[in-house]
Design a protein around this ligand. Structure first.
Ligand code: AMP
Ligand code: MG
Length: 400
Protein backbone atom coordinates (compact mmCIF):
# COMPACT_ATOMS: atom_id res chain seq x y z
CA UNK A 1 0.00 0.00 0.00
CA UNK A 2 1.47 3.40 -0.92
CA UNK A 3 2.72 5.21 2.17
CA UNK A 4 0.31 8.11 1.67
CA UNK A 5 -2.80 5.99 2.27
CA UNK A 6 -3.94 5.23 5.80
CA UNK A 7 -6.30 2.44 6.81
CA UNK A 8 -9.99 2.94 7.55
CA UNK A 9 -9.33 2.11 11.19
CA UNK A 10 -6.48 4.61 11.49
CA UNK A 11 -8.54 7.31 9.76
CA UNK A 12 -11.44 6.72 12.12
CA UNK A 13 -9.17 6.78 15.12
CA UNK A 14 -7.78 10.15 14.03
CA UNK A 15 -11.31 11.53 13.65
CA UNK A 16 -12.35 10.32 17.08
CA UNK A 17 -9.19 11.70 18.69
CA UNK A 18 -10.08 15.13 17.30
CA UNK A 19 -13.59 15.13 18.79
CA UNK A 20 -14.36 17.10 21.93
CA UNK A 21 -17.93 16.33 23.07
CA UNK A 22 -20.26 19.32 22.80
CA UNK A 23 -21.77 21.00 25.84
CA UNK A 24 -25.05 19.96 27.43
CA UNK A 25 -28.51 21.45 27.84
CA UNK A 26 -31.78 20.58 29.60
CA UNK A 27 -34.73 19.67 27.39
CA UNK A 28 -38.31 18.64 28.09
CA UNK A 29 -38.89 14.93 27.56
CA UNK A 30 -41.21 15.56 24.64
CA UNK A 31 -38.31 17.25 22.84
CA UNK A 32 -35.73 14.62 23.75
CA UNK A 33 -36.34 11.89 21.18
CA UNK A 34 -33.07 11.07 19.39
CA UNK A 35 -30.96 13.16 21.76
CA UNK A 36 -28.07 11.68 23.71
CA UNK A 37 -28.36 11.60 27.46
CA UNK A 38 -25.59 13.50 29.29
CA UNK A 39 -26.53 12.63 32.89
CA UNK A 40 -27.84 9.40 34.39
CA UNK A 41 -31.57 9.16 35.11
CA UNK A 42 -32.37 7.90 38.61
CA UNK A 43 -35.86 6.76 39.68
CA UNK A 44 -37.34 9.30 42.09
CA UNK A 45 -39.71 6.68 43.53
CA UNK A 46 -40.75 3.08 43.18
CA UNK A 47 -42.41 2.07 39.90
CA UNK A 48 -45.15 1.00 40.18
CA UNK A 49 -45.49 3.40 43.13
CA UNK A 50 -47.96 1.12 44.98
CA UNK A 51 -49.03 -2.54 44.84
CA UNK A 52 -51.67 -2.86 42.13
CA UNK A 53 -53.75 -5.32 40.19
CA UNK A 54 -52.62 -7.01 36.99
CA UNK A 55 -56.19 -7.94 36.04
CA UNK A 56 -59.77 -6.75 36.11
CA UNK A 57 -61.41 -8.73 38.89
CA UNK A 58 -61.75 -8.70 42.68
CA UNK A 59 -59.22 -8.05 45.42
CA UNK A 60 -59.74 -10.77 48.04
CA UNK A 61 -57.94 -12.94 50.57
CA UNK A 62 -56.29 -16.06 49.18
CA UNK A 63 -58.21 -19.30 49.71
CA UNK A 64 -60.18 -22.14 48.18
CA UNK A 65 -62.69 -22.10 45.37
CA UNK A 66 -66.38 -22.02 46.18
CA UNK A 67 -66.42 -19.06 48.58
CA UNK A 68 -69.23 -16.52 48.54
CA UNK A 69 -67.80 -13.04 49.19
CA UNK A 70 -69.59 -9.73 49.71
CA UNK A 71 -68.53 -6.90 47.38
CA UNK A 72 -67.78 -3.99 49.73
CA UNK A 73 -66.18 -1.41 47.43
CA UNK A 74 -64.33 -0.69 44.21
CA UNK A 75 -60.70 0.25 43.43
CA UNK A 76 -60.38 1.78 40.01
CA UNK A 77 -57.17 2.87 38.31
CA UNK A 78 -56.57 6.33 39.77
CA UNK A 79 -59.28 5.99 42.46
CA UNK A 80 -58.37 3.62 45.28
CA UNK A 81 -61.10 2.13 47.46
CA UNK A 82 -61.57 3.64 50.90
CA UNK A 83 -62.94 0.31 52.18
CA UNK A 84 -60.74 -2.07 54.15
CA UNK A 85 -60.99 -5.68 53.18
CA UNK A 86 -61.87 -8.25 55.81
CA UNK A 87 -62.50 -11.98 55.67
CA UNK A 88 -65.63 -12.68 53.62
CA UNK A 89 -65.29 -9.48 51.59
CA UNK A 90 -64.20 -8.60 48.06
CA UNK A 91 -63.36 -5.29 46.42
CA UNK A 92 -63.95 -4.92 42.74
CA UNK A 93 -60.68 -3.85 41.10
CA UNK A 94 -59.47 -2.70 37.68
CA UNK A 95 -56.09 -3.36 36.10
CA UNK A 96 -53.73 -0.84 37.70
CA UNK A 97 -56.08 -0.22 40.64
CA UNK A 98 -54.38 0.01 44.06
CA UNK A 99 -54.61 -3.18 46.11
CA UNK A 100 -56.79 -2.37 49.14
CA UNK A 101 -55.37 -2.88 52.62
CA UNK A 102 -55.96 -6.44 53.75
CA UNK A 103 -56.18 -8.04 50.30
CA UNK A 104 -53.63 -10.73 49.46
CA UNK A 105 -54.58 -11.55 45.86
CA UNK A 106 -56.77 -10.69 42.90
CA UNK A 107 -59.18 -13.14 41.33
CA UNK A 108 -59.85 -12.32 37.66
CA UNK A 109 -63.46 -11.56 36.84
CA UNK A 110 -63.64 -14.56 34.51
CA UNK A 111 -63.08 -16.80 37.57
CA UNK A 112 -66.11 -15.59 39.55
CA UNK A 113 -69.84 -15.83 39.25
CA UNK A 114 -71.44 -12.48 40.03
CA UNK A 115 -74.67 -12.37 42.06
CA UNK A 116 -76.48 -9.43 43.52
CA UNK A 117 -73.82 -7.80 45.73
CA UNK A 118 -71.76 -10.98 46.08
CA UNK A 119 -69.36 -13.12 44.07
CA UNK A 120 -68.84 -16.87 44.08
CA UNK A 121 -65.15 -17.77 43.56
CA UNK A 122 -64.57 -20.52 41.04
CA UNK A 123 -60.82 -21.01 41.37
CA UNK A 124 -58.26 -21.59 44.08
CA UNK A 125 -56.50 -18.30 44.85
CA UNK A 126 -52.91 -18.18 46.09
CA UNK A 127 -51.38 -15.22 47.93
CA UNK A 128 -49.90 -12.81 45.39
CA UNK A 129 -51.98 -14.00 42.42
CA UNK A 130 -52.29 -11.21 39.83
CA UNK A 131 -50.62 -8.64 42.09
CA UNK A 132 -47.92 -6.28 40.90
CA UNK A 133 -45.59 -5.27 43.70
CA UNK A 134 -44.44 -1.69 44.29
CA UNK A 135 -41.00 -1.20 42.69
CA UNK A 136 -41.22 -4.30 40.50
CA UNK A 137 -40.21 -2.19 37.50
CA UNK A 138 -37.89 0.36 39.14
CA UNK A 139 -36.70 0.88 42.71
CA UNK A 140 -36.48 4.36 44.15
CA UNK A 141 -32.90 5.59 43.73
CA UNK A 142 -32.05 3.04 41.03
CA UNK A 143 -30.15 4.27 37.95
CA UNK A 144 -32.52 3.59 35.08
CA UNK A 145 -30.71 5.21 32.13
CA UNK A 146 -27.00 5.86 31.76
CA UNK A 147 -25.38 8.92 30.20
CA UNK A 148 -24.27 8.25 26.63
CA UNK A 149 -27.48 6.51 25.54
CA UNK A 150 -29.39 7.78 22.56
CA UNK A 151 -32.98 8.34 23.65
CA UNK A 152 -35.43 6.18 21.75
CA UNK A 153 -39.10 5.69 22.52
CA UNK A 154 -38.43 3.14 25.29
CA UNK A 155 -35.91 5.42 27.00
CA UNK A 156 -38.42 8.31 27.00
CA UNK A 157 -41.07 6.08 28.56
CA UNK A 158 -38.67 4.83 31.21
CA UNK A 159 -37.50 8.37 32.02
CA UNK A 160 -41.06 9.56 32.59
CA UNK A 161 -41.89 6.52 34.71
CA UNK A 162 -38.74 7.27 36.72
CA UNK A 163 -40.20 10.68 37.53
CA UNK A 164 -38.24 12.90 35.13
CA UNK A 165 -39.80 15.84 33.26
CA UNK A 166 -36.61 17.21 31.72
CA UNK A 167 -33.37 15.51 30.75
CA UNK A 168 -29.78 16.69 30.44
CA UNK A 169 -28.64 15.96 26.90
CA UNK A 170 -25.70 16.88 24.71
CA UNK A 171 -26.11 19.80 22.39
CA UNK A 172 -26.87 18.81 18.80
CA UNK A 173 -24.00 19.35 16.38
CA UNK A 174 -24.57 22.07 13.79
CA UNK A 175 -23.62 20.63 10.43
CA UNK A 176 -23.13 22.58 7.21
CA UNK A 177 -22.96 20.63 3.97
CA UNK A 178 -21.27 22.33 1.01
CA UNK A 179 -21.28 20.74 -2.44
CA UNK A 180 -18.66 21.96 -4.88
CA UNK A 181 -19.04 21.65 -8.63
CA UNK A 182 -19.87 23.97 -11.52
CA UNK A 183 -21.80 21.05 -13.04
CA UNK A 184 -24.31 20.76 -10.18
CA UNK A 185 -27.93 21.77 -10.56
CA UNK A 186 -30.69 21.95 -7.96
CA UNK A 187 -33.42 19.28 -7.84
CA UNK A 188 -35.67 19.46 -10.88
CA UNK A 189 -33.64 22.12 -12.67
CA UNK A 190 -33.23 21.42 -16.39
CA UNK A 191 -29.73 20.23 -17.23
CA UNK A 192 -27.49 22.03 -19.68
CA UNK A 193 -24.59 20.31 -21.45
CA UNK A 194 -22.32 18.54 -18.99
CA UNK A 195 -24.52 19.23 -16.00
CA UNK A 196 -25.90 16.84 -13.40
CA UNK A 197 -28.24 17.08 -10.45
CA UNK A 198 -26.79 17.55 -6.99
CA UNK A 199 -27.53 14.20 -5.33
CA UNK A 200 -25.11 14.69 -2.47
CA UNK A 201 -26.92 17.63 -0.91
CA UNK A 202 -30.16 15.89 0.11
CA UNK A 203 -28.39 12.65 1.04
CA UNK A 204 -25.85 14.26 3.34
CA UNK A 205 -28.41 16.62 4.90
CA UNK A 206 -30.64 13.61 5.60
CA UNK A 207 -27.82 11.45 6.97
CA UNK A 208 -26.64 14.23 9.26
CA UNK A 209 -30.17 14.89 10.51
CA UNK A 210 -30.69 11.17 11.19
CA UNK A 211 -27.56 11.30 13.35
CA UNK A 212 -29.04 14.12 15.44
CA UNK A 213 -27.44 17.07 13.69
CA UNK A 214 -29.03 20.47 13.19
CA UNK A 215 -28.61 21.01 9.47
CA UNK A 216 -28.07 24.19 7.66
CA UNK A 217 -29.43 23.58 4.20
CA UNK A 218 -26.73 22.25 1.91
CA UNK A 219 -25.18 24.94 -0.27
CA UNK A 220 -23.48 24.69 -3.63
CA UNK A 221 -20.09 26.22 -4.31
CA UNK A 222 -18.69 26.90 -7.76
CA UNK A 223 -15.28 25.57 -8.76
CA UNK A 224 -13.56 28.83 -8.02
CA UNK A 225 -10.88 29.39 -5.41
CA UNK A 226 -12.23 32.64 -3.95
CA UNK A 227 -15.84 31.46 -3.80
CA UNK A 228 -14.78 28.13 -2.29
CA UNK A 229 -12.78 29.87 0.40
CA UNK A 230 -15.58 32.34 1.18
CA UNK A 231 -18.16 29.54 1.45
CA UNK A 232 -15.91 27.49 3.70
CA UNK A 233 -15.08 30.52 5.85
CA UNK A 234 -18.71 31.23 6.71
CA UNK A 235 -19.43 27.52 7.29
CA UNK A 236 -16.45 27.29 9.67
CA UNK A 237 -17.80 30.23 11.67
CA UNK A 238 -21.33 28.83 12.00
CA UNK A 239 -20.99 25.06 12.31
CA UNK A 240 -19.50 22.40 14.54
CA UNK A 241 -18.96 20.14 11.52
CA UNK A 242 -18.41 21.20 7.92
CA UNK A 243 -18.89 18.58 5.21
CA UNK A 244 -17.68 19.58 1.79
CA UNK A 245 -18.07 17.26 -1.19
CA UNK A 246 -16.07 17.20 -4.40
CA UNK A 247 -13.24 19.48 -5.38
CA UNK A 248 -10.91 17.83 -2.90
CA UNK A 249 -8.70 15.99 -5.39
CA UNK A 250 -5.70 17.34 -7.21
CA UNK A 251 -7.28 18.48 -10.49
CA UNK A 252 -6.86 22.06 -11.73
CA UNK A 253 -10.44 22.84 -10.58
CA UNK A 254 -10.15 21.32 -7.11
CA UNK A 255 -9.91 24.23 -4.70
CA UNK A 256 -10.99 22.74 -1.40
CA UNK A 257 -7.61 21.78 0.07
CA UNK A 258 -5.82 25.07 -0.67
CA UNK A 259 -8.87 27.00 0.55
CA UNK A 260 -8.93 25.05 3.82
CA UNK A 261 -5.20 25.57 4.27
CA UNK A 262 -5.76 29.30 3.68
CA UNK A 263 -8.38 29.29 6.43
CA UNK A 264 -6.08 27.66 8.95
CA UNK A 265 -7.74 24.26 8.98
CA UNK A 266 -5.20 21.70 10.12
CA UNK A 267 -5.00 18.45 8.17
CA UNK A 268 -5.71 15.21 10.07
CA UNK A 269 -5.49 12.92 7.06
CA UNK A 270 -5.74 12.93 3.30
CA UNK A 271 -6.52 9.76 1.35
CA UNK A 272 -7.60 6.48 2.81
CA UNK A 273 -6.91 2.94 1.61
CA UNK A 274 -10.57 2.58 0.83
CA UNK A 275 -12.67 1.87 -2.26
CA UNK A 276 -14.82 3.81 -2.86
CA UNK A 277 -13.68 6.85 -0.93
CA UNK A 278 -9.92 7.12 -1.36
CA UNK A 279 -9.79 10.93 -1.83
CA UNK A 280 -11.16 11.73 1.62
CA UNK A 281 -9.76 14.61 3.63
CA UNK A 282 -10.22 15.34 7.30
CA UNK A 283 -9.06 18.25 9.40
CA UNK A 284 -10.00 20.62 12.17
CA UNK A 285 -9.83 24.22 13.15
CA UNK A 286 -10.10 24.44 16.92
CA UNK A 287 -13.11 22.31 17.83
CA UNK A 288 -14.66 22.56 14.33
CA UNK A 289 -14.29 19.37 12.29
CA UNK A 290 -14.03 19.48 8.51
CA UNK A 291 -14.63 16.54 6.22
CA UNK A 292 -13.71 16.79 2.55
CA UNK A 293 -15.63 13.91 0.99
CA UNK A 294 -15.26 12.67 -2.58
CA UNK A 295 -17.80 14.08 -5.02
CA UNK A 296 -19.13 10.80 -6.33
CA UNK A 297 -22.40 10.20 -4.49
CA UNK A 298 -21.69 6.63 -3.38
CA UNK A 299 -18.24 7.61 -2.12
CA UNK A 300 -19.78 10.52 -0.25
CA UNK A 301 -22.30 8.25 1.49
CA UNK A 302 -19.73 5.56 2.28
CA UNK A 303 -17.24 8.03 3.75
CA UNK A 304 -20.03 9.73 5.69
CA UNK A 305 -20.91 6.33 7.20
CA UNK A 306 -17.31 5.47 8.02
CA UNK A 307 -15.97 8.81 9.28
CA UNK A 308 -18.63 11.50 9.72
CA UNK A 309 -21.27 9.41 11.48
CA UNK A 310 -18.93 8.27 14.27
CA UNK A 311 -17.80 11.87 14.73
CA UNK A 312 -21.39 13.13 15.04
CA UNK A 313 -22.10 10.38 17.58
CA UNK A 314 -18.97 11.15 19.60
CA UNK A 315 -19.66 14.91 19.56
CA UNK A 316 -22.95 14.06 21.27
CA UNK A 317 -21.23 11.91 23.86
CA UNK A 318 -22.58 8.63 22.56
CA UNK A 319 -20.98 5.65 24.16
CA UNK A 320 -22.81 2.83 22.36
CA UNK A 321 -21.76 1.66 18.93
CA UNK A 322 -25.14 0.89 17.43
CA UNK A 323 -24.19 0.29 13.84
CA UNK A 324 -21.96 -2.74 14.09
CA UNK A 325 -23.58 -5.90 12.81
CA UNK A 326 -22.38 -9.44 13.33
CA UNK A 327 -20.38 -11.13 10.66
CA UNK A 328 -22.10 -12.47 7.58
CA UNK A 329 -21.06 -14.68 4.71
CA UNK A 330 -20.55 -13.12 1.34
CA UNK A 331 -23.32 -14.08 -1.10
CA UNK A 332 -21.29 -13.67 -4.32
CA UNK A 333 -17.58 -13.45 -5.17
CA UNK A 334 -16.04 -9.96 -5.10
CA UNK A 335 -12.80 -9.07 -6.93
CA UNK A 336 -10.37 -7.71 -4.38
CA UNK A 337 -8.55 -4.42 -4.72
CA UNK A 338 -4.80 -5.02 -4.36
CA UNK A 339 -4.16 -1.84 -2.35
CA UNK A 340 -7.38 -0.78 -0.70
CA UNK A 341 -10.03 -2.24 1.54
CA UNK A 342 -13.33 -2.33 -0.31
CA UNK A 343 -16.63 -1.37 1.16
CA UNK A 344 -19.40 -3.11 -0.76
CA UNK A 345 -23.06 -2.17 -0.44
CA UNK A 346 -24.97 -5.34 0.40
CA UNK A 347 -28.47 -6.57 1.06
CA UNK A 348 -28.75 -8.84 4.05
CA UNK A 349 -30.69 -12.07 3.62
CA UNK A 350 -31.23 -15.06 5.89
CA UNK A 351 -30.50 -18.35 4.19
CA UNK A 352 -30.74 -21.58 6.17
CA UNK A 353 -29.92 -19.80 9.39
CA UNK A 354 -26.99 -17.80 7.98
CA UNK A 355 -26.82 -14.07 7.44
CA UNK A 356 -25.84 -13.63 3.80
CA UNK A 357 -24.43 -10.35 2.44
CA UNK A 358 -25.43 -10.06 -1.20
CA UNK A 359 -23.66 -7.33 -3.23
CA UNK A 360 -26.32 -4.86 -4.29
CA UNK A 361 -25.71 -4.60 -8.04
CA UNK A 362 -22.92 -2.70 -9.80
CA UNK A 363 -20.58 -1.08 -7.30
CA UNK A 364 -19.24 1.95 -9.21
CA UNK A 365 -18.88 5.02 -7.02
CA UNK A 366 -21.25 6.96 -9.31
CA UNK A 367 -24.03 4.31 -9.20
CA UNK A 368 -26.51 5.92 -6.80
CA UNK A 369 -28.93 3.07 -7.37
CA UNK A 370 -26.46 0.69 -5.66
CA UNK A 371 -27.54 2.38 -2.43
CA UNK A 372 -31.23 1.61 -2.97
CA UNK A 373 -32.32 -1.24 -0.72
CA UNK A 374 -28.76 -1.72 0.61
CA UNK A 375 -28.72 -2.65 4.29
CA UNK A 376 -25.06 -2.63 5.12
CA UNK A 377 -21.48 -2.14 4.11
CA UNK A 378 -19.41 -5.32 3.83
CA UNK A 379 -15.66 -4.97 4.26
CA UNK A 380 -13.52 -6.79 1.69
CA UNK A 381 -9.86 -6.79 2.74
CA UNK A 382 -7.26 -5.72 0.16
CA UNK A 383 -5.61 -8.58 -1.69
CA UNK A 384 -5.27 -10.41 -4.97
CA UNK A 385 -7.89 -12.39 -6.85
CA UNK A 386 -11.40 -12.74 -5.52
CA UNK A 387 -12.91 -13.07 -2.12
CA UNK A 388 -15.09 -16.06 -2.84
CA UNK A 389 -18.76 -16.52 -2.04
CA UNK A 390 -19.18 -18.01 1.43
CA UNK A 391 -16.23 -16.13 2.94
CA UNK A 392 -16.92 -14.41 6.26
CA UNK A 393 -17.12 -10.61 6.05
CA UNK A 394 -17.44 -7.92 8.70
CA UNK A 395 -20.43 -5.62 8.31
CA UNK A 396 -21.49 -2.19 9.33
CA UNK A 397 -25.05 -1.05 8.98
CA UNK A 398 -25.59 1.58 6.32
CA UNK A 399 -27.25 4.63 7.82
CA UNK A 400 -30.28 5.86 5.89
P1 AMP B 1 -14.95 15.67 -7.81
O1 AMP B 1 -14.61 14.98 -6.51
O2 AMP B 1 -15.34 17.09 -7.63
O3 AMP B 1 -13.87 15.47 -8.81
O4 AMP B 1 -16.23 14.92 -8.35
C1 AMP B 1 -16.17 13.54 -8.70
C2 AMP B 1 -17.41 13.14 -9.46
O5 AMP B 1 -18.54 13.28 -8.62
C3 AMP B 1 -17.71 13.99 -10.66
O6 AMP B 1 -18.23 13.14 -11.68
C4 AMP B 1 -18.76 14.94 -10.19
O7 AMP B 1 -19.57 15.42 -11.23
C5 AMP B 1 -19.54 14.09 -9.22
N1 AMP B 1 -20.16 14.91 -8.20
C6 AMP B 1 -19.53 15.85 -7.47
N2 AMP B 1 -20.37 16.42 -6.61
C7 AMP B 1 -21.58 15.83 -6.80
C8 AMP B 1 -22.87 16.01 -6.20
N3 AMP B 1 -23.04 16.90 -5.25
N4 AMP B 1 -23.89 15.23 -6.64
C9 AMP B 1 -23.68 14.33 -7.62
N5 AMP B 1 -22.49 14.12 -8.20
C10 AMP B 1 -21.45 14.86 -7.81
MG1 MG C 1 -15.71 18.67 -8.87
Amino acid sequence: MPATLITIAEARARVLRAVQPLGTERVAIDAAHGRVLAADVVATGDVPPFPCSAMDGYAILDGDAGRTLKVVGESRAGTPSAAILGDGGAIRISTGGAIPDGATAVIPQENVEVHDGTILTQAVVMAGDHLRGAGEDMRSGETVLRAGLRLGAAELGAAVAAGAAELTVYRRPRVQVLCTGDELRAPGEPLGPGEIHNSNAPMLDALAAAEGAIGGTARRLPDDRAATQAGLASALDAADVVIVTGGVSVGPHDHVKPALAGLGVEEGFWRVALQPGKPTWFGRRGPVLVFGLPGNPVSAVVTFALFVRPALAALQGRTEEPLLEPEAVLGAAVRRNPDREQVVRVRLERRSGKLVAMPNGPQGSHIVTSLLGADALAFIPAGSGELEAGAAVALERLPR
